[in-house]
Design a binder for this molecule. Structure first.
Ligand code: BEZ
Ligand code: FE
Length: 256
């Protein structure tokens, strides 16, 4: 970061924080308590995660508002390289008996509405117990849009999951009496012509945490799926959900 920008950001940040100290009449002892907390946070390697949790979506939205299209969202810590799924099925084995099936489908267009054929979509998500497959590729995989820009994947409805139970971020959320839980979501990346054009997440309408996802600003109405219930032979629930994706103009096409 260039010197002038760094200095301007530092000055403004200190000004804003001084306002907080005045508003809450924060004592020197409380400031030192905060300093000790940040020391612990740094030792645990979690400073970047706390910034993601508190501020990263604000940054994502500021950049995205210039280019339009589907709202981007954070990549999060569980992205990996994924296999191509010719049949669109993200399951590598039978899910738990109570897992609800989900067919996620839609179109990929650009912001003029023109369909994007051959776009590569990359999906990853937690299972019905809120666990990501970190060793294999269950509930992970890539597909391509067809000649009309359509896509479809077969998966299950993921569950909410807790993050940071055993580090200083969890400690902070517990101290505030807030859950450190992510509302259930499926991550999606979209590549066009090999170039990454969108990273986002779609949220499950069944989640109890849509209004209190611990990642500040992550959930928005436009990213919450609308489930269309389907008859299911297995006795478990089954849904379809349509999520149309609009690819924003390339960053270089957007004047800053
Ligand atoms: C996630 O989506 O997996 C995630 C994003 C930001 C912070 C923690 C988790
Ligand atoms: Fe996630």
């Amino acid at each position: 970061m260039e010197r002038e920008r760094l200095e301007a950001i530092w000055e403004r940040t200190v000004e804003k924080l001084k306002e907080v100290v005045r508003e809450f009449k924060i004592t020197e002892a409380e400031l030192h308590e905060a300093g000790d907390y940040f020391n612990r946070l740094g030792q645990s390697g979690m400073c970047r995660s706390l910034i993601d949790v508190a501020l990263a979506m604000t940054s994502v939205d500021v950049v995205a508002s210039k280019s339009g299209g589907t709202r981007p969202n954070l990549e999060g810590p569980y992205y990996a390289k994924h296999p191509f799924r010719a049949n669109g099925n993200l399951l590598e084995h039978e899910p738990a008996a109570d897992a609800a099936r989900l067919v996620l489908y839609g179109t990929v267009t650009d912001t003029t509405g023109a369909s994007v054929a051959d776009a590569e979509l990359d999906f990853w998500q937690a299972d019905s117990a809120g666990i990501y497959d970190r060793k294999g590729a269950h509930l992970r995989g890539k597909i391509k849009t067809d000649g009309s820009g359509r896509y479809q994947v077969t998966t299950i409805v993921p569950q909410d999951y807790a993050e940071h139970d055993h580090d200083p971020i969890g400690e902070l959320f517990r101290a505030m009496g807030r859950p450190n839980i992510r509302a259930a979501h499926v991550h999606i990346k979209v590549y066009v012509g090999g170039e990454l054009r969108l990273t986002t997440q779609v949220f499950m309408p069944t989640s109890e945490y849509l209004g209190r996802d611990y990642v500040e600003g992550a959930v928005s109405d436009d990213l919450i799926l609308r489930f269309e219930p389907e008859p299911s032979a297995r006795g478990s629930k089954s849904y379809r959900a349509k999520f149309d994706i609009a690819i924003a103009a390339s960053p270089e096409a957007v004047a800053s």
